[in-house]
Design a protein around this ligand. Structure first.
Ligand code: DOR
Ligand code: ZN
Length: 344
């Protein structure tokens, strides 16, 4: 049997939610990943040290006994974030990064930043202390087409920000376009990006051809095929600037299959298997460990995991739906069979 052994991977972008759903989804992430960057877009969002520390405690309480998993927490930036609070939490190990959601860009972003000028002092402090900024890179201007919102964000917001604050470490989260790949590739070493499994597997046709498919809808929305191909090239290139971030974002089936369905794809159950299929298809399994297990820790200044995991070339069926502690959620690849299986 063909096998692939790599250092245990980390997920550099995941939504775990809270309460019963947190308990239901956390084991899927912890099964595969040693660490994960936990998104702070709860309701209400995690905007201070006390809130983030309490959320971390709830995650640890929800972790099944015997599972080895470390949540890496993030702070949710608002127009009113205090630079001293940011420094206090980072220095004290409460959180490792802060997340910039442009206000109203996506799920749970209503309290986000209305103009990056409003958090200039926070960003300067973060640059000074070496704390990474994690960016949801889409403009929210109603006049900009939803498929163009990432590219326009680069022009209007991200490029000026990186130019003005070159010392700031920036992770351009869940990139979806060739423009984003080009921007990150050409930027200095302080700029990196995460890439999700769905943006490597699907283009916008998957969402819209033959009927509208709400379980293929996330933000940033999947783009044209040329963009998917650029993302696959970047992920499998071996460049240290690109690393694994699932953006697994669970929503109850009823919240997805609705007149106004929520954005978010729940890919946590078989994320590592999903990525492995992409790397095999691209003939780049030799680059898989860098993307999944080495590049992320290097960017964040953390050590790589000592443990290893082994993937086997064997069919991995994906169920049509998953019961997350009483909430039914449709996973990415529902009803399909993936080609790699994580050996447990
Ligand atoms: O599709 C998405 N879902 N994109 C995001 O940025 C947020 C996420 C969520 O929290 O559901
Ligand atoms: Zn996300």
């Amino acid at each position: 049997m063909e096998t692939l052994t790599i250092r245990r991977p980390d997920d550099w972008h995941v939504h775990l939610r809270d309460g019963a759903v947190l308990e239901g989804v956390l084991p899927y992430t912890a099964r595969q990943f040693a660490r994960a960057i936990i998104m702070p877009n709860l309701s209400p969002p995690m905007t201070d040290c006390a809130g983030v520390a309490a959320y971390r405690a709830r995650i640890m309480a929800a972790l099944p006994a015997g599972m080895d998993f470390t949540p890496l927490m993030t702070l949710y930036l608002t127009d009113g974030t205090d630079p001293d609070e940011v420094e206090r939490g980072f220095a004290g190990g409460v959180f490792v990064a802060a997340k910039l959601y442009p206000a109203h860009a996506t799920t749970g972003s209503a309290h986000g930043v209305t103009d990056v000028a409003n958090i200039r002092a926070v960003l300067e402090r973060m640059a000074a202390i070496g704390m990474p900024l994690l960016v949801h890179g889409e403009v929210t201007d109603a006049h900009v087409d939803i498929f163009d919102r990432e590219a326009v964000f680069i022009e209007r917001t991200l490029a000026p920000l990186v130019r003005d604050l070159p010392a700031l470490k920036v992770v351009f989260e869940h990139v979806t376009t060739e423009e984003a790949v080009r921007f990150v590739t050409c930027a200095g070493p302080n700029v990196a990006a995460t890439i999700t499994p769905q943006h490597l597997h699907i283009n916008r046709n998957a969402m819209l051809v033959g009927g509208i498919r709400p379980h293929m809808y996330c933000l940033p929305v999947a783009k044209r095929e040329q963009h998917r191909l650029a993302l696959r090239k970047a992920a499998t290139s071996g460049s240290a600037k690109f690393f694994l971030g699932t953006d697994s974002a669970p929503h109850a089936v009823g919240a997805k299959e609705a007149a106004c369905g929520c954005a978010g794809i729940f890919n946590a159950p078989f994320a590592i298997e999903s990525y492995a299929d992409v790397f095999e298809e691209e003939g780049a399994l030799d680059k898989f460990e860098a993307f999944a297990s080495l590049n992320g820790p290097a960017f964040y200044g953390l050590s790589v995991n000592e443990a290893t995991v082994t993937l086997e070339k064997a069919p991995q069926p994906v169920p049509a739906s998953i019961d997350a502690n009483g909430t039914s959620i449709v996973p990415f690849h529902a009803g399909d069979t993936l080609g790699w299986r994580l050996r447990l």
